[in-house]
Design a protein around this ligand. Sequence first.
Ligand code: NAI
Ligand code: MG
Length: 334
Amino acid sequence: MSRTITVIPGDGIGPDIVKSATAILDKAGCDFQYEYVEAGLTALEKTGELLPQNTLDAIERNGVTLKGPLTTPVGEGFTSINVSLRKHFSLYANVRPVLSFKGTQARYEDIDIITIRENTEGMYSGLGQKVSEDGNEAEAMSKITREGAERIVRFAYETARREGRKKVTAVHKANILKSTSGLFLKVAREIAEEYPDIESTEMIVDAACMRLVMNPEEFDVIVTTNLFGDILSDLCAGLVGGLGMAPGANIGKNCAIFEAVHGSAPDIAGKNLANPSSVILASIQMLEYLGMQEQATNITKALADVIASGDRTTRDLGGSHGTTDFTQAVIDRL
Ligand code: NAI
Ligand code: MG
């Protein structure tokens, strides 16, 4: 029986790169039905809302969503749609894998790291935001709970086990942020004991930044709190050639949203210039989530071969072709 996936084409380059990803999924024999819904600027113009109710319903109904980048209008009091989605569906795990592809402009080879970022607590919980009347003092609250820390650390170890990975590194700043990061580290150490088959290490966040740049090959799975995870996951994307080669997933108990991590690139929208790799990689992540490993492996191989051979690659990869040619090059290998 074919499975229905919610698809949000998104804004700017979104529709083109998402179309590329679904064409590749179809050619790989995935047998999906797609329920298309809107969010972001496209939705605002049509319905007056950034995140219409029927979009929320579709995300919930189908459980799995593939999403293009969304434009959040600036300076008009709109909150980020991505943040709203994470809150609404309690998507507590932000999963950001990076993998080296030969043929990109990346500085490193053999990188294969997953950053698992807690997505709902910490510095980004939005709690206690205050600015004094004279505007000279500002404060915000960081909150970590045992429940939140346990579920993200467990998620990291379960991911490691499922993917046959060897090591989980808990990244923290417990030496300074004694209460919040301290609780996170305490919980990480407890959970580590439940997984004797996996090597557990811990690292202070600043040291982790340095080691990621000097010796990225020594990292496997990183688990960390919200703010550190936001920064480290972009750092990791930089190791493999930038945000164009990095996908992300937001995963909760009942729903998961898979997306490109770059934005809607208004400067090249509608010009057939965008590199669709990030959203193709997001769709591979989605296949792995659905247990469709064979199709995931086949698409990864096809994509890697296109990039390594330079056959019909896009400008950002050093080629001279557009989104549709690049997509066809991947499809030709499936
Ligand atoms: P951006 O990521 O859209 O663009 C930055 C630069 O990278 C641009 O020069 C763009 O042409 C290039 N670029 C991005 N993706 C590319 C691709 N697939 N192929 C080739 N080149 C690519 O970031 P920017 O300009 O800061 O944001 C534009 C809009 O996107 C904003 O409205 C922002 O709010 C939104 N945004 C949405 C995100 C999401 O939905 N996940 C994430 C980041 C930004
Ligand atoms: Mg970020």
